[in-house]
Design a protein around this ligand. Structure first.
Ligand code: SAM
Length: 253
């Protein structure tokens, strides 16, 4: 299948352009610069940051104001966030996926990653990172209604900002970009790919600290190994994640 491509001003061609809207652009690429995602940066994907503060209209570059109705903290201004989002999408010739990181969003999971990344790898992803007490609801509603912006939470806890959640989402999405992982099969067998956690992994030496690698893994019998790994995956899922085990059982019925 022909992969969609994005042309950058630098005239490099990449598969996917990710734009981050943040008041702390210096936090990126952060962890994404390392290992396989780092090696592919500028080749199979690229990253652009937009400083939301650049779209503030007063001389103090204010991006936040006090909440109507009172209460603690500040709220990100709709006009400033809107201008930053408009600038972000103007870099794309095809509508990108637009994500807003928020504890009030759908909880991030393997299913959400696959929703974003399949059936076609998106040409672009734009991610809005909130700070303070969050973002004015009107701009959220506007972008949800008009551009299908998706609200995503990385879990039931509150962080200071959306930058770390954005990195989590990007890291996970990049694993599905063809060519980034050395071995495509490794994403197929990973935890959550079939509502099971992954089986335990071992490497050399075969004996460490008086503890042997399970003998079946040394047998060379691929069928036996696959059966053992499946049984281990089921055992661990049952023990650690009864909720996931229920999903697996229901899926089998
Ligand atoms: N007042 C908000 C609430 O109670 O829902 C929390 C705001 S939080 C301090 C500031 C920003 O951090 C949010 O706008 C969001 O972008 C980001 N954030 C915090 N926790 C998050 C989570 N679990 N998932 C995704 N984003 C999160």
């Amino acid at each position: 299948m022909e992969r969609p491509r994005v042309e950058l001003q630098s005239e490099r061609y990449v598969l996917m352009l990710i734009t981050i809207l943040t008041i702390f652009p210096e936090m990126f690429p952060g962890s994404l610069e390392f290992s396989l995602s780092g090696k592919a940066l500028g080749k199979l994907w690229d990253l652009k940051t937009i400083n939301i503060r650049d779209y503030a209209t007063n001389k103090h570059h204010t991006v936040d104001d006090s909440p109507y109705g009172g209460g603690a903290g500040m709220v990100m201004k709709p006009d400033v966030v809107h201008m930053a989002l408009q600038s972000a999408i103007s870099n794309y010739d095809v509508k990108p996926e637009i994500l807003f990181m928020t504890p009030r969003g759908v909880v991030f999971s393997n299913k959400v990653v696959r929703n974003i990344m399949t059936p076609t790898i998106p040409r672009g992803i734009v991610i809005l990172c909130g700070r303070y007490e969050g973002v004015d609801q009107r701009v959220i509603d506007y972008w949800k209604t008009n551009y299908g912006m998706m609200e995503i939470s990385i879990g039931d806890y509150v962080l200071f900002g959306g930058e770390l959640p954005a990195m989590v989402v990007i890291d996970s999405c990049l694993r599905l970009v063809p060519g980034i992982m050395n071995n495509a099969a490794s994403t197929e067998n990973e935890s959550f790919s079939v509502d099971l956690l992954e089986h335990p992994q071992y490497t050399k030496p075969a004996v460490w600290n008086g503890d042997n690698v399970p003998s079946v893994l040394l047998s060379g019998n691929h069928r036996e190994i696959a059966l053992w790994q499946k049984e281990q995956a089921k055992r661990i899922t049952q023990e650690v994640r009864p909720d996931l085990w229920m999903k697996y059982e229901v899926g089998r019925e």
